[in-house]
Design a protein around this ligand. Structure first.
Ligand code: FAS
Ligand code: PHB
Length: 388
């Protein structure tokens, strides 16, 4: 097989890249390790920046997003038993965020690709990259035990944190920045009316909690837990009771549809390019989900990569490809900072002494009362302007 761009991974990064390249007349083949059913059922991110919604709209993959997405103009910070609304729109000249499950966006993009008869191969195995430092890189894999090979001009490594693309780059050519947080999130999806129309981020003596949603009848709730938390020790009753303690207020219980523990990590691999291999999304970076940035950062990478590849395949050279990594990393590190800042502000650290605890509470108190401080939070939360 031959194509212009070989894309490894059918998550948000790989699927959006394939669609945006197709719009520009650039051919690609997408290969995915898991089944379609698995990829479409993975419960992950839920909040889209305004720029992500615009990007998905321009990509022609946002029809259902506009019909079913929940537009939010604000959020609430809750600490010391008090709620403080942050008017995102007012603080950012009208910018908003939209709640729309990542798995819904993935479903929409898969359906569009398959309806167009474009190549998207699920359940591939033994994926390997060859000759990525040459102008003729190649991807091999097996499908139903049959060996496959794809000649291409560019490989997009969109295979997430546990993929094979980043490890395919010689360790000597990569610089890794890694921070693992001393806590995780226990997340549930529940058939219950969300406790508020907007998100509530709560800092409580027991730990962090977040009340978000997927629709007006499906709640998505998280509570801070140990990094190695044993989910079997958390009965539904214990989960609801702890969420109510940390969030306060009326919390409607309902059948829990999904439970999981998500590790908290800040990770960056530099550079995000090696020869004709370009890393995008979680393959290159991980942020703690506190700032709701993981999927949004993947979308931002794809925007930069699409412009670089459009430039290259139009015969206008490799200048934008050469700047791909630096352009992405400028945003990546600003988003890492914001995600780290929100995480350390809102979570309980066992090794924090009383002084540090007081400083955190003072920062929250200052934040809630300062338009300047709230503007900083708001402009990062709705999404920083794109480089282009
Ligand atoms: P993805 O990991 O989504 O996609 C990579 C794809 O590549 C996967 O489908 C995988 O199966 C495939 N793949 C892997 N190896 C392969 C191989 N060798 N060959 C072919 N395919 C291969 N972000 C938020 O903003 N908010 C959240 O609440 C949130 N919760 C999360 C919970 C969990 C458990 C995880 C893991 C992540 C969460 N994230 C969250 C971050 C998440 O949304 C990512 O940022 C987002 O999925 C990034 O998209 P991709 O870069 O496409 O990577
Ligand atoms: C979600 O809806 O899953 C979500 C929202 C905001 C966050 C993290 C997760 O900060």
């Amino acid at each position: 097989m031959r194509t212009q761009v070989g894309i490894i991974g059918a998550g948000p990064a790989g699927l959006l890249l394939a669609q945006m390249l197709h719009q520009r007349g650039i051919d690609s083949v997408v290969i995915e390790a898991r089944s379609r059913a698995h990829v479409e059922s993975r419960i992950r991110a839920g909040l889209l920046e305004q720029g992500s919604v615009r990007t998905m709209t321009e990509a022609g993959v946002a029809d259902r997003l506009h019909r079913e997405g929940l537009v939010h103009r604000g959020l609430e910070l809750r600490f010391g038993g008090q709620g403080h609304r942050v008017d995102l729109a007012d603080l950012t000249g009208g910018k908003v965020v939209t709640i729309y499950g990542q798995q819904e966006a993935v479903k929409d993009m898969i359906a569009l690709r398959l309806a167009a008869g474009l190549p998207l191969h699920f359940e591939v195995a033994d994926v390997a990259i060859h000759d990525m430092a040459t102008a003729r890189p190649r991807i091999t894999w097996t499908q139903d035990g049959v060996a496959q090979s794809l000649d291409c001009e560019v490989i997009a490594g969109c295979d997430g944190f546990h993929g094979i693309c980043r490890p395919a780059i010689p360790a000597a050519d990569l610089r890794i920045f890694d921070r693992i947080y001393p806590f995780a999130w226990l997340g549930i999806l529940a058939q219950s009316r969300p406790m508020s129309e907007e998100l509530i981020y709560a800092r409580h003596t027991h730990g962090f909690a977040l009340a978000t949603m997927r629709s007006t009848s499906i709640s998505r709730l998280y509570l801070q837990c140990a990094p190695d938390e044993d989910l079997s020790l958390w009965s539904d009753d214990r989960i609801w009771s702890e969420l109510r303690a940390r969030l306060g207020g009326a919390l409607e219980e309902g059948p829990i549809l999904q439970k999981g523990v998500t590790a908290m990590r800040s990770f960056v691999a530099e550079p995000m390019r090696h020869g004709r291999l370009f890393l995008a999304g979680d393959a290159a970076h991980i942020v703690p989900p506190t700032g709701a940035k993981g999927m949004n950062l993947a979308i931002a990478d794809v925007r930069v990569l699409v412009r670089a590849l459009e430039h290259f395949f139009a015969g206008r050279g490799e200048a934008l490809m050469d700047r791909y990594s630096a352009t992405c990393l400028d945003r990546v590190w600003k988003v890492q900072r914001f995600s780290w800042w929100m995480t350390q502000l809102l979570h309980r650290y066992d090794d924090h002494d009383d002084f540090e605890e007081r400083v955190r509470l003072a920062e929250l108190d200052y934040l809630a009362g300062s338009t300047a401080a709230l503007t900083t939070l708001a402009e990062n939360y709705v999404g920083l302007p794109y480089a282009d």
